[in-house]
Ligand binder design. Structure first.
Ligand SMILES: [Zn+2]
Length: 212
């Protein structure tokens, strides 16, 4: 049995800048933050989003609407590039660190590397475990997220978005979000396979897979 019964990891991209003040504010909302250079900053402690008998502890990380219980929130920083209205870039180092950290936690907590799904309204089944971007929560699990599109923004220099039209509405973006999310999960799955084989995988600076 894993030491904490987490069901999923939800990836985010905060509207913050990259400075220490922004990180100080943002750390209340997530379990960890990934800086531009790929290094990791620990935030809310991991056990805080495991519900107790009476509900979530008061200091839980409120990263996703109506889906914080049993959900780890891991966020890239710097979406606002430190300036209001100016879009930042998600760096390659941030992406790679996100893959490594999600893989380490998936391995530790036994979280399957899949897009969670809820097909119950169509007479099917549901499995809310997995790894997904905030922007995938609403389409995958039917839990409204007020148009959130983070962190899978279709940047033109991401090779896997080239085949997708750069769309502007949340609905048009769904296949793009799915394509980027699938790419992320494929890379996470490759790292999990190495961890399961007992391989030592170098982790990002500041990240200890066993720390809470
Ligand atoms: Zn988010």
């Amino acid at each position: 049995m894993p030491d904490l019964p987490y069901k999923r990891i939800i990836m985010h991209w905060t509207v913050s800048g990259e400075g220490p003040d922004a990180i100080k504010y943002d750390r209340k909302f997530y379990h960890g933050l990934i800086l531009k250079d790929g290094s990791f900053v620990r935030a809310v402690t991991l056990p805080a989003n495991i519900p107790l008998k009476w509900g979530l502890p008061h200091d839980y990380a409120p990263h996703t609407a109506s889906l914080n219980s049993w959900s780890i929130g891991l966020s890239f920083v710097g979406m606002a590039a430190g300036k209001p209205g100016v879009m930042g870039d998600l760096s390659a180092a941030q992406w790679r660190s996100g893959v490594l950290i999600a893989a380490a936690w998936a391995h530790r907590f036994g979280i399957p590397v899949q897009l969670p799904y809820d097909n119950k309204p169509k007479g099917g089944t549901e499995d809310s475990r997995g790894i997904l971007g905030h922007c995938e929560v609403e389409s995958a699990l039917r839990i409204a997220q007020s148009g959130k599109w983070d962190p899978w923004y279709p940047m033109t220099d991401w090779p896997w978005t080239h085949s997708q039209p750069l769309a502007i509405t949340a609905k048009d973006l769904q296949p793009v979000h799915r394509a980027i999310g699938d790419q992320f999960r494929a890379e996470v799955a490759a790292v999990v396979a190495r961890l399961q084989a007992g391989e030592t995988v170098a982790m990002p600076s500041g990240f200890d897979p066993l720390a809470n």
